[in-house]
Design a binder for this molecule. Structure first.
Ligand code: FES
Length: 265
């Protein structure tokens, strides 16, 4: 702490004069997260180019309505306004799951709200109600979004399986195969799984009802797995963020004819 001057005032640390580059941890979060939000919003509102061959963009999965074979209930019904893309119907789940994530909260409170910008750097406001009051108390819904997010992992895994089956446009015959897109979608599921199953709230789901986990060997092992993933939660969070965006970019570029899918076999 030799590069930090702390002043204790009115029962709290007040103005400081950190001389180190404290902003270097905050700036990448601000820039990368902003870029992701801009891209994700743009992609979600497009409503086109989200499938190619057997691939379905993770931004649009599960696809409830649409013209693709991936659609669960067929074409979009007329009561859904045309401007509502299929992604808008489902993206609130992974979006709110990330928004309420304990790690991301810490990151975007600093980067976007300067609350505080960094440890021992004073805030631009005088009062802070914290997460015990509305609206931030709603962050506690995270444990429920976790359950919904787990179902998305199952559905995205199913998409990877479907990305292994190729339909011949001329004959209609389906054959087993793999393209670069299949691999990207599979890697995306692994990274999203590492992020989701390493959630802090998952530890509570696994072991919260037990006073002594050692009495339940299976639960204890599951808890250790969650713990292991949780130790790198920040890394899983960022890697899975990149992989979701990359998967969408890849499917979109294939669909738009900008790139050709690399068919491995
Ligand atoms: Fe990050 Fe739950 S704490 S996903």
């Amino acid at each position: 702490m030799d590069s930090v001057d702390l002043i204790w005032k009115d029962g709290r640390f007040g103005q400081t004069s950190r001389r180190d580059a404290w902003w270097k941890d905050v700036l990448p979060v601000l820039v990368v997260f902003s870029l992701f939000l801009v891209y994700a919003n743009w992609a979600a509102w497009q409503g086109t180019h989200y499938t190619w061959g057997p691939y379905l963009s993770p931004f649009y999965s599960p696809l409830f309505f649409g013209d693709s074979e991936h659609a669960w209930f067929g074409p979009r019904p007329s009561w859904i306004p045309a401007f509502v893309s299929p992604a808008l119907l489902i993206l609130w789940v992974p979006g709110l799951f990330r928004f309420t994530c304990y790690y991301y909260r810490g990151a975007y409170y600093k980067a976007f709200w300067a609350d505080p910008p960094a440890c021992a750097v004073s805030e631009p406001r005088k009062s802070y109600l914290g997460e015990r009051y509305f609206p931030l108390i709603l962050q506690n819904l995270h444990r429920y979004f976790l359950i919904l997010a787990c179902t998305f992992i199952v559905l995205l895994t199913w998409d990877v399986w479907k990305a292994l089956w190729w339909k011949d446009a001329a004959t209609g015959q389906v054959s087993f195969g793999m393209g670069l897109g299949t691999i990207l979608l599979a890697v995306n599921v692994v990274l999203l799984g590492g992020y989701t199953f390493g959630c802090h709230a998952m530890r509570h789901i696994i072991g919260g009802k037990k006073d002594r986990l050692s009495e339940s060997p299976a639960l204890l092992e599951a808890y250790k797995c969650v713990d292991c993933l949780n130790n790198r939660h920040k890394l899983w969070a960022w890697l899975s963020l990149f992989s979701v965006a990359l998967s969408d970019v890849y499917v979109r570029c294939c669909s738009m004819g900008i790139i050709n899918d690399w068919r491995i076999f």
